[in-house]
Design a protein around this ligand. Structure first.
Ligand SMILES: Nc1ncnc2c1ncn2[C@@H]1O[C@H](COP(=O)(O)OP(=O)(O)OP(=O)(O)O)[C@@H](O)[C@H]1O
Length: 322
């Protein structure tokens, strides 16, 4: 659906995106994760054709090379892309219904059908009873629902979400993610979702790309990325306070199957002569799998035997720096 090749973008000589190559599949929910300033929002704006990019860059969305479009062609192309933002970007003087009608009015769609469609969209996002309310009368979650209805007004093929849940409390954020997941499942719309929180991508996304200082450091299924625990992700995640004692080696082991836990931990404890310390446990539930991570410490003298055992049993692990 979205093919990006050699995408580079600078502002006043500062390279913001560097040679990005990325394929986003039709119908997937694709997460963009990265530290603040990594270039996530800029990448979204490039997909939307808003940004001037380097000559070598190629961006194809639904078989349209967007960088070769005329200004009028680009404007028409943008009908295929809906966008929602952290701050909702609703017009304050307009009601929820009028906000949803806005894109249709811009494109002068048939008047009688417009209103029915806008009401239908408000129904889809559970906001039909608030159609006459202005944004100031709505909660954050309700505003985002209206913004989603507005983004879907022109029946786009792609929905770009720029930190759509960052301003919401966890329960409301989850309800918005549930709504996006159900819209994706029902309509097959491709969703690209910029997020700060790993919880968001784990809960909602099929695949994930990690941006580091304007470069794409990896793209893979959410399960694979969380299983592999790459350094990119470790840096983004909140670290447990790991206090190793003198002469101890630390490990994080990752098990794709939680039922393995008892057997694996038992074997490692034996290798460490009973001196294995479990420091921290975390489980990550993705859309289709749950993985569990154990942060542990073992006597340095047993570290080699533990590493051999982990390798022999194909258990993913990371040795912690002393
Ligand atoms: N219009 C602009 N002019 C100059 N620099 C810009 C502009 N927009 C973004 N930048 C710079 O580009 C870099 C990437 O910004 P971007 O907003 O894409 O990052 P981000 O990963 O989305 O960050 P955050 O998670 O904080 O929103 C930042 O260093 C930012 O200062």
């Amino acid at each position: 659906m979205i093919h990006i090749r050699n995408l580079s973008k600078s502002y006043s000589g500062n390279i913001i995106l560097h040679d990005i190559n990325l394929d986003i599949m039709q119908g997937e929910i694709h997460g963009l994760l990265g530290a603040s300033g990594a270039g996530k929002s800029t990448l979204l704006r490039c997909i939307n054709g808003i940004e001037q990019v380097s000559d070598k860059s190629r961006i194809r969305v639904d078989n349209t090379e967007i960088l070769s479009l005329s200004p009028a062609g680009l404007r028409a192309f943008r009908k295929n892309i809906g966008m929602i933002f952290q701050d909702f970007a609703l017009l304050q003087r307009k009601t929820a219904l009028e906000n949803v009608l806005l894109p249709m009015r811009c494109w002068r769609q048939a008047g009688a059908k417009m209103r029915a469609r806008a009401m239908h969209l408000l129904e889809c996002v559970g906001m039909e009873e608030k159609a006459g309310c202005r944004p100031a009368e709505l909660s954050g979650g309700q505003k985002q629902r209206v913004a989603i209805a507005r983004a879907l007004a022109l029946q786009p093929k792609v929905l770009l979400c720029d930190e759509a849940t960052s301003a919401l409390d966890p329960a409301t954020a989850k309800s918005i993610l549930d709504l996006l997941k159900s819209i994706n499942a029902q309509s097959g719309i491709t969703i690209v979702m910029v997020a700060h929180q790993m919880e968001v991508v784990k809960y909602a996304c099929d695949r994930l790309s990690v941006l580091e200082h304007g470069k794409l450091s990896l793209t893979d299924s959410v399960e694979n990325i969380f299983l592999r625990q790459p350094a990119a992700l470790a840096e983004l995640s909140a670290h447990a306070d790991i206090a190793l004692q003198a002469n101890e080696t630390g490990f994080i082991i990752t098990l794709a199957d939680i039922t393995q836990s008892a057997a694996v931990l038992c074997s490692l404890a034996k290798l460490a002569n009973g001196k294995l310390r479990i420091l921290f446990t975390r489980s990550d539930s993705c859309k289709t799998a749950t993985v569990v991570h154990y942060t542990m410490a073992a006597p340095q003298a047993d570290a080699m035997r533990i590493i051999t055992c982990l390798k022999e049993n194909n258990i993913r692990f990371q040795k912690l720096a002393a």
